[in-house]
Design a protein around this ligand. Structure first.
Ligand code: ATP
Ligand code: MG
Length: 394
């Protein structure tokens, strides 16, 4: 509310007297004392009015979801989603048919959980129609309305339920919500891989995702969205030593068919590679062996492999010695900078090798020699070895 760009957007939208409020996640996160990621605003004005008001104030408007009444206002280089108040007219499984309204309570009622249904006026007044503030303070994830009906309107809400449970839940999950999730779980097969992936990764990034995952397992939701999830114990161990990276947690959770998981969840290629986790690295690995792996696979893959290997041992009842070993290896991996191979193909040509496939074959062999020798920086020594190889001496 004190943020200048947000105030500029609020002032622009309210210039003709419309009531503008902060809504959804930003209100929840402020009340929970968490960092606010993005700021969403709501107004009773229809989208064309929103565009006109922003233009009048000299603010850029991007028609992000015009059909749904969402415009992104750009101020101070940041985007603010401005949505016209809506009420649900008809909902079926995934898509809600909505109508614009000027009724703030109706707009709150279509939202999923009580603590996601709050709004706040720019002067700081909280509008909490369904007891969201109290639920948030108690760590209670509660549907607005009956879980069964709200889930039947939108099956993604099953996964959102467990995601918010992971981040905000401190009470045992509501038995009605769990029963509704169990009953509707097969419908999750209708959701796209992208949507499942987004929810799973957000859930996994919670400080401790285990209680929510265990609840998902208990009602048969995990078996449907991620049947490959056999590593709950490994993941529990990982969460005690890691930095909360969601993809690494997914990799540790998945114990079979990572390729299939990547395919189904539509992972990007870089993420797909991480799902495989590479091979085990023991706590007594030498710095030379570590550097070879860093050079070959890159630091992200090596840190993933180190933490996963360590977690595996913790899950099996690790000793303190492992801890020191892995801390040392992680420090080494963290401070590693990639050495540059000191030779070029032109070096071989200068030494008389004719341009062609032999040059690249020589360079490949020499790079392997250089890696095995722990990356000597002495160019003269590398050139000497190149000379020996050209003359067929090694
Ligand atoms: P995040 O921190 O992940 O952005 P968020 O609460 O802002 O959390 P969004 O997915 O950005 O979540 O949605 C913004 C708001 O829109 C929510 O707070 C909620 O009020 C409403 N909302 C989003 N998705 C749904 C849904 N599937 N059903 C009902 N309401 C929803
Ligand atoms: Mg959001």
């Amino acid at each position: 509310m004190a943020d200048a760009p947000a105030r500029a957007v609020v002032a622009a939208l309210g210039a003709d007297g419309a009531e503008v409020r902060f809504v959804g996640g930003c209100v929840r996160d402020v009340l929970a004392g968490r960092a606010v990621k993005d700021v969403d605003l709501a107004t009773p004005d229809p989208p064309d009015r929103v565009v006109a008001l922003l233009a009048r104030a000299g603010l850029k408007a991007v028609p992000t979801g015009l059909a749904h009444g969402t415009i992104t206002a750009v101020a101070g280089g940041r985007g603010f989603e401005v949505t016209t108040l809506r009420r649900d007219v008809r909902t079926f499984g995934r898509h809600a048919e909505v109508a614009f309204t000027d009724d703030w309570r109706a707009d709150a009622a279509r939202r999923d959980f009580t603590f996601n249904a709050m709004s706040a006026s720019p002067d700081g007044d909280l509008h909490d129609y369904f007891g969201g503030c109290e639920d948030l303070a108690a760590g209670r994830v509660r549907f607005v309305g009956t879980p069964e009906q709200r889930i039947a309107e939108d099956y993604l809400r099953i996964l959102r339920y467990f995601r918010f449970l992971a981040h905000f839940g401190r009470e045992a999950p509501d038995p009605d919500a769990l029963a509704a999730a169990r009953a509707a779980a097969p419908e999750l097969r209708r959701l796209s891989g992208e949507r499942i992936r987004n929810e799973l990764l957000k859930l996994l990034a919670a400080p401790d995702p285990l209680p929510a995952l265990t609840a998902m397992q208990g009602v048969g939701v995990l078996a449907i969205v991620l049947p490959e999830a056999g590593g709950l114990e490994r993941l529990a161990a990982l969460t005690r030593i890691d930095d909360g990276d969601g993809l690494r947690r997914l990799a540790v959770l998945v114990t079979r068919d990572p390729g299939e998981v990547a395919e189904r969840l539509r992972l990007a290629n870089v993420d797909r590679d991480r799902l495989g986790l590479g091979g085990d690295i023991g706590p007594a690995a030498t710095i030379q062996a570590l550097r070879r792996r860093l050079y070959r696979d890159g630091p992200v893959a090596v840190v993933d492999a180190l933490l996963a290997s360590w977690a595996e041992r913790i899950a099996d009842g690790s000793s303190e010695a492992d801890r020191d070993g892995y801390r040392r290896l992680l420090d080494d991996a963290g401070s590693w900078t990639r050495p540059g191979f000191p030779l070029r193909g032109s070096d071989a040509i200068r030494l008389g090798v004719p341009q062609g496939p032999r040059v690249s074959a020589l360079m490949k062999a020499l790079e392997a020699w250089w890696i095995d020798g722990d990356f000597p920086t002495d160019r003269a020594a590398c050139l000497a070895e190149l000379g020996r190889r050209i003359r067929g001496e090694t």
